[in-house]
Design a protein around this ligand. Structure first.
Ligand code: HAM
Length: 428
């Protein structure tokens, strides 16, 4: 049987040149989170299945796309899932560590970066292992906190040089508004059930709002004339949403109200949003998306505390940033290359180590290459300084130092090597 020595479908290897871009993106994310006072939280990549398979969750993510596995011990078997998203795991951790206890510290503003897993049909921008940067602000309900989350996501998009992104925004209203709307949708869709797909029939029973998110039926004319949530907002929901919109106006964040936006996950209430490229057509186009959730903390036993946040698909933002010319591929480089000739390995090692300990980026040869090939390597790595060591230098405890820019070469004592090189590099 043929052996499958490739990455699993829907996953990717990131080779060193790409990883550099990821590190730069993560650095920008961390800096922006600092500014908005979000702190990093790290939770396990797998959780007990119940953390994600919460009661009445009808989302595709939970019902169809989770990677579930069991382990067995003498106590019986236990079911786990690879996390398909961040929010539920973070809320689980928030409650487990009683972060709700210190009200002076609310809202807790948390962020995370890491891999998520969904068994979806892979396509551009949609993977089975993907990486999310996400934030959750838990313990306060304030329309301006919702706006702040959007502002943070948007500022990261801008810093990544991604242009032409707008925020689609809607409100699912509070419990009362949503219940009325749910009923209106049920009444509306009831006579059309046989025209809707199998999933929509299931959603009709569990959460009719999610019918509006159907990828199969979304262009069906029945959908376009379905009731709009905005006709079911009560006064409180209306006022809350008006303040969100006012905040977006004040911050001049480009937005569009989309009254059919319900989001693919089940836990949302009030504000929901998706940041999409202005010319986006596909459903998978959101670069970051999220909203407010009222019931999750309570569900996990932490009391009736609200939360708000978003998840940002890092593969998607990096692809967009690259398409818009943001990242140049940089080649590997070094400050100093140490060339050795003859029986000087230990002496060369010592010189290399002392330069590295001084904070310089140093490379050497490991393949016994010829002098000519080692010089070639210094060019490939765009080395600024070349240290040349032969048996005579070892004997006299000196080294030759060549400055590539000035094309000057000098012999210095091994004890002065670090200071000399730093001076040549202008790094005193
Ligand atoms: P989500 O809309 O499922 O929300 O995912 C958020 C973002 O993750 C998407 O907008 C997209 O950029 C990225 N994403 C999702 N699935 C994939 C995939 N298969 N491949 C590549 N990128 C993907 C959530 O996950 C919520 N936890 C967001 C949230 C946080 N809501 C409140 N707090």
């Amino acid at each position: 049987m043929a052996k499958n020595y490739q990455v699993p479908t829907g996953t990717q290897d990131f080779l060193p040149q790409q990883t550099k871009i990821w590190q730069e993106v993560e650095q920008i994310i961390r800096e922006e989170c600092e500014k908005y006072s979000y702190q990093e939280i790290r939770t396990p990549v797998f959780e007990y299945t119940e953390v994600f398979k919460t009661e009445n969750d009808s989302s595709d993510m939970v019902t169809k796309e989770m990677y579930t596995f069991e382990t067995t011990s003498e106590k019986g078997s236990t079911s786990f899932v690879l996390r398909p998203e961040g929010t539920k795991g973070i809320v689980r951790s928030f409650v487990e560590h009683k972060l709700y206890g210190n009200t002076a510290e609310l809202p807790q503003k948390l962020y995370y970066i890491g891999p998520m897993f969904r068994h979806e049909r892979p396509q551009k921008g949609r993977y089975r292992q993907f990486h999310q940067f996400g934030i959750e602000a838990i313990g306060a309900k304030d329309p301006l906190l919702d706006v702040e989350t959007i502002a943070l996501g948007y500022s990261i998009i801008k810093r990544l040089g991604i242009k032409d992104v707008k925020i689609l925004v809607n409100s699912l209203g509070d419990d009362e508004s949503r219940n009325n709307y749910r009923q209106a949708l049920k009444d509306y869709f009831k006579p059309h059930l046989n025209e809707l797909c199998e999933d929509c029939n299931r959603r009709y029973e569990m959460n009719p709002l999610r019918i509006l998110d159907c990828k199969v039926d979304r262009n069906n004319p029945i959908f376009t004339s379905a009731p709009s949530i905005k006709d079911y907002w009560n006064e409180t929901s209306k006022e809350y949403f008006a303040k969100v919109i006012e905040g977006l106006e004040i911050l001049q964040i480009p937005y569009e109200i989309d009254d059919k936006l319900v989001r693919g996950l089940d836990y949302y209430s009030n504000t929901v949003y998706e940041a999409v490229p202005i010319d986006a057509t596909g459903q998978q186009a959101a670069v970051f998306a999220g909203g407010q959730y009222d019931g999750l903390v309570d569900y996990f036993g932490g009391g009736p505390l609200p939360g708000v946040g978003f998840g940002m698909g890092l593969e998607r933002v990096i692809e967009l940033a690259k398409e818009q010319g943001r990242f140049e591929v940089t080649n590997k480089s070094c400050d100093v290359y140490v060339i050795t000739m003859g029986d000087v390995a230990a002496y060369g090692l010592q010189a290399t180590q002392s330069l590295r300990e001084a904070g310089l980026k140093v490379e050497k040869d490991y393949l016994g290459r010829s002098l000519k090939a080692q010089f070639k390597a210094t060019e490939r790595l765009q080395s600024k300084i070349i240290v040349i060591i032969g048996e005579e230098e070892k004997e006299k405890r000196t080294v030759n130092v060549k400055n590539v820019a000035t094309q000057t070469q000098q012999t210095v004592s091994i004890d002065e090597l670090v200071e000399f090189v730093k001076k040549e590099l202008g790094k005193e």
